[in-house]
Design a protein around this ligand. Structure first.
Ligand code: ADP
Ligand code: ADP
Length: 224
């Protein structure tokens, strides 16, 4: 069953047409890789799907709700409670420890500090990076920092996880680790995972590939 879908999206930035009738969907428990040349509209589509950017035309549906028609306040509340995000360089808060970074979305949801930090600690252990607990993001390696960012995206039990080049700065071992975490989130928690990548090796972990060209999306059913 489809959890999130984009239907015929258009978006222009000044004279640049970033999306020109792009459509795609993702189901619960499914990992979808979005590929395509630089500048083809991948990030713009991801941001529209995630409710960060409003398309000029077309609809984004999350379950039975039209995300693209919601007020900014309702969209950000929904993002916080149902979506998780991982970007290339993690975007962790440099002043907080790794543990506090993972606990942060729970704290913003009103979870008490003790409970939030316990759940964050469980995730760090599960990702085998509990040795970074008291370190700040600037004191850990790239691979560790990216796993902290993945823990932060998954700790709230996100229904949809969005990732933009999540393995771009990682060596192949850490790239594989991160992809295994995403597939586990899909298989074990029933999350839908949408990830933008230009690496075929990373896309190979997905259930389905979407290729974006000139602001349009082509859905390639994988047969394996
Ligand atoms: P991709 O992720 O495939 O590299 P993007 O979605 O980032 O592509 O960009 C698609 C096109 O839209 C590009 O030509 C890009 O320069 C342009 N674009 C994207 N975001 C903006 C923005 N905020 N302002 C102006 N142009 C933008
Ligand atoms: P990973 O395989 O997780 O990327 P590395 O093999 O790169 O880890 O690093 C091994 C150890 O070196 C880590 O425990 C980390 O604490 C330390 N380290 C690596 N890179 C950095 C860095 N840029 N700043 C501080 N410590 C680092």
């Amino acid at each position: 069953t489809t959890l999130l879908s984009a239907d015929d999206l258009y978006k222009t930035f000044g004279a640049t047409q970033a999306l020109a009738g792009a459509s795609m969907s993702v189901a619960a428990g499914e990992v979808v890789a979005v590929m395509g040349p630089s500048g083809s509209g991948k990030s713009t589509m991801l941001h529209c799907l995630a409710g960060i950017l409003r398309p000029d035309a077309g609809r984004v549906m999350y379950r039975d709700k039209e995300l693209s028609a919601m007020s900014d306040g309702r969209r950000s509340a929904l993002r916080r409670s149902e979506f998780g995000f991982v970007f290339q360089f993690g975007q962790l808060v440099p002043e907080l420890t790794c543990l506090e970074n993972v606990a942060l979305p729970l704290r913003l949801d009103g979870v008490r500090r003790r409970d939030a930090e316990q759940r964050a600690r469980d995730w760090l252990e599960r990702l085998e990076i509990d040795d970074v607990t008291t370190k700040r993001p600037g004191e850990v390696s790239g691979g560790q920092g990216q796993r902290v960012a993945v823990a932060r995206a998954l700790v709230t039990g996100a229904r949809v996880v969005f990732a933009d080049e999540p393995t771009g700065a990682l060596d192949s071992l850490n790239g594989e680790r991160v992809m295994r975490l995403f597939t586990a989130a899909a298989r074990e928690n029933g999350a839908a995972v949408v990830l933008v990548t230009h690496e075929p090796r990373v896309a190979a972990y997905s259930d389905r590939e979407i290729v974006v060209r000139d602001g349009r999306a082509l859905d390639l059913e994988r047969t394996r």
